[in-house]
Design a protein around this ligand. Structure first.
Ligand code: FES
Length: 63
């Protein structure tokens, strides 16, 4: 996965920033929104952000 890829254009949030938020303890879409600002403007990226949150949470909790 390219962690430098921008997922949320409005807030310039990358996949890596979502991963960092999850690794820092965020486990839900809402917590990641709060931590990164992702998906708090137009909402176009919501599904992608949600998918990444689920992915990174399962990756984190599998450790
Ligand atoms: S692209 Fe993420 S809120 Fe607009």
């Amino acid at each position: 996965m390219n962690l430098d890829k921008i997922v949320c254009n409005c807030m310039s949030v990358t996949s890596g920033m979502i991963k960092d938020a999850v690794d820092a303890g965020a486990s839900t879409l809402e917590e990641v929104q709060e931590a990164t600002g992702a998906s708090t403007v137009c909402g176009a990226c919501l599904e992608d952000v949600e998918r990444l949150v689920q992915y990174f949470v399962s990756e984190r909790d599998a450790k």
